[in-house]
Design a protein around this ligand. Sequence first.
Ligand SMILES: Cc1cc2nc3c(=O)[nH]c(=O)nc-3n(C[C@H](O)[C@H](O)[C@H](O)COP(=O)(O)OP(=O)(O)OC[C@H]3O[C@@H](n4cnc5c(N)ncnc54)[C@H](O)[C@@H]3O)c2cc1C
Length: 367
Amino acid sequence: MRVAVIGAGAVGASAAYYLSRAKDVELTVFDEGLGQATKAAAGIISPWFSKRRNKAWYRLARLGADFYPQLLSDLEEDGISSNFYQRTGVFLLKKDEEKLEELYQLALTRRKESPLIGQLAILDETEAKVRFPDLEGFSKLLYATGGARVDGHLLTETLLKAAGAQVVAKKVTLTPVDDGYLVDGQHFDKVILATGAWLAECLEPLGYTVDIRPQKGQLRDYYFEDRDTQDYPVVMPEGEIDIIPFDKHRLTLGASHENDKGFDISFDRAVLDDMESKAQPYFSKWKQAKETRERVGIRAYTSDFSPFFGEVPHLAHVYAASGLGSTGLTIGPLLGQQLAQLVLGEPLLLEKRDYPIEKYIRLQDEG
Ligand SMILES: Cc1cc2nc3c(=O)[nH]c(=O)nc-3n(C[C@H](O)[C@H](O)[C@H](O)COP(=O)(O)OP(=O)(O)OC[C@H]3O[C@@H](n4cnc5c(N)ncnc54)[C@H](O)[C@@H]3O)c2cc1C
């Protein structure tokens, strides 16, 4: 079976890896890579504190977080070492600190089905500073030891290498032919569209309307000379700003959520500087960084903020997932694995009806 995966972000790279583990699959991955959300992502894996009421979304988010240990163990079984995922814990801050107790109780309830949350504790400033020196702007916070961070770039790099797939770095189109599909002049039996925010661009030429809009996200990585950030927890104050520590002395500050910029991937220093000044009350040493680098990517949203996956209506053997929004690094690897299962005709963990692709992708003449 010849399979093309178009797009190699979290979804496509994971799909490629799981397809590569199956027998009799000849795989080609196409990826333009420009504006890819996965490479730009902040990398927070901590869905358990969300107050979103959408039960199907929450189930996907918690299963997505749970999937990481499975992915790591699959890679290990294949002899692949990886360091894209670390559970260094998460600090949750609230402007109204009385609400921390409420959040603590919510987390206790959710821990019953998600033991990955780990230990929970309310810490005061002195206790928090032991784990994250110089953090300030609060008198107490909620600490969950299971919160994790993922380096999106390393994630895809590891999965694609593990897949041993040929990656063609270009933008491609999909053309249905009698006995399959043509992609970049090559014939395929089955195709996965893991094209994130660019899904509409792929399917519109084939007569589809796709309910996906782009959202620009920017962040800045700060590199410190003598600060060992390796084991710092992720810090999530309320609002847009998060601080995500990585190894190699890096603190990432992000991310913007810009709804009016379309597919613009230029850096806007004013937006990045504004985030820095908003983060100043929590950490005042940004200017001590030896070096900074900026990243930008495009998130994909449906009009009701729900992700979807499945077989594209009226396009047999073409599968897609999109609409992952701001939690796509959390749910992307699981969705990629589920797309691989669909291609292989294997059973799914997720209920397809909870994430119905036909609600978001329609033929234009269907209205
Ligand atoms: C700034 C920022 C911060 C984020 N922070 C977090 C976070 O902390 N936690 C979290 O869980 N999620 C986070 N996200 C969300 C997450 O990154 C995305 O939801 C997820 O990475 C989307 O993965 P994807 O594979 O669907 O799409 P993408 O990663 O965007 O990959 C799609 C790929 O398809 C390629 N492509 C598209 N069309 C074509 C074509 N025709 N031919 C060839 N290639 C094509 C693109 O070039 C791209 O490389 C963040 C996103 C951003 C932008």
